[in-house]
Design a protein around this ligand. Structure first.
Ligand code: FMN
Length: 309
């Protein structure tokens, strides 16, 4: 018998977010999904999270924007995206015919930006949920990210919650001293689920040029290098909130994903691994299926949080 991999990621939401399996793509690493539909059967995935979307189209950060480090990738793509209006007009109608749910990742400069984005996306056919990227700087209060403290995380979440009936996933930044506090604040303000982690603050220097290797200087580290950090944060957050936790950070294999699930994640996102292997997310899914069959595991619930005390 095939194991049951389905999972409800928004149990508290009237629409719910039932996914056929726990493997999703991470925002910014899978475009709008359409790019990969030629390469493999993306309909088999649990969900697709699209590139971060803003109210207006954006060009992104200055070049160079990518740099490889030992076991990791530095990026400062920024918000290069087509803007919410074009997304609704051009992408959502394509997604509406897909079996795989698509979640739109949003970012803004102010609480009001997030609320307006959520309002625009509410009720659009083809959109199954919103992932709120709270790693973005809050321009009204000196540029610290919304996700660094529980109060500002709570404000953004509450504003998005009030503006949409879609499932809301709040995506946490690791660049805070209190990720469990931020997660609890987001859950308390109406998040249906939390996802973590976004990239870790980082940089590199080109010693021949005597200049930073990345145009924006400070950028984000992702890939295998951040997996143990992400796993510890997922473990901590899963102990602090009752809403589903979606684990992300350096996941490149089924074994990596199973570690996150055993730490308490209900689902996982595959990001940077896709750049080396475009079908990494599907390989992760197939590996989880094999593991469950080999171990005689009938449903995902049997191993979710299995490594917790
Ligand atoms: C090139 C690139 C672009 C990204 N863009 C976004 C984005 O638009 N919104 C967001 O919330 N996260 C974005 N991320 C963060 C990823 O979704 C993910 O949280 C992070 O890379 C850690 O996972 P990984 O190690 O599997 O890549 C981006 C990451 C990369 C590498």
């Amino acid at each position: 018998m095939c194991p049951d991999l389905s999972v409800q990621l928004a149990p508290g939401n009237k629409n719910g977010l039932l996914v056929a399996n726990p493997v999703m793509t991470a925002s910014g690493t899978f475009g709008y999904g359409t790019e990969y539909s030629q390469i493999f059967d993306i309909q088999r995935l649990g969900a697709i999270v699209c590139k971060g979307t803003t109210l207006e189209p954006r060009e992104g950060n200055p070049q160079p924007r990518l740099f490889e480090t030992a076991s990791g990738l530095l990026n400062s793509i920024g918000w290069q995206n087509i803007g919410v209006k074009a997304l609704i007009k051009e992408k959502a109608p394509v997604w509406a015919d897909w079996q795989v749910p698509v979640i739109v990742n949003i970012g803004g400069d102010t609480v009001d930006d997030y609320a307006r984005l959520a309002q625009e996306l509410d009720g659009v056919r083809g959109i199954s949920g919103i992932e709120v990227n709270i790693s973005c700087p809050n321009v009204k209060v000196g540029g610290a990210a919304f996700g660094v403290d529980p109060d500002s995380a709570s404000q953004v979440t509450a504003a998005v919650r009030a503006a949409t009936s879609l499932p809301v996933i709040v995506k946490l930044t690791p660049n805070t001293s209190d990720i469990a506090g931020v997660a609890s604040a987001a859950a308390g303000a109406g998040a249906d689920a939390v996802s973590l982690i976004n990239t870790l603050k980082a940089t590199a220097i080109d010693i021949k040029k005597r200049r930073p290797a990345i145009g924006s200087i400070i950028c984000g580290l992702s890939g295998p290098a951040i997996k143990p950090v992400a796993l510890a944060m997922v473990y901590e957050v899963a102990g602090a909130v009752k809403v589903p936790v979606i684990g992300c950070g350096g996941i490149a294999s089924a074994e990596d994903a199973i570690e996150f699930i055993m730490a308490g994640a209900s689902a996982v996102q595959v990001g940077t691994a896709t750049f080396g292997n475009p079908r990494a997310s599907l390989d992760v899914l197939e590996g989880i299926e094999r593991f469950m069959e080999e171990e005689g595991i009938k449903s995902l619930g049997e191993i979710t949080g299995a490594a917790r005390g």
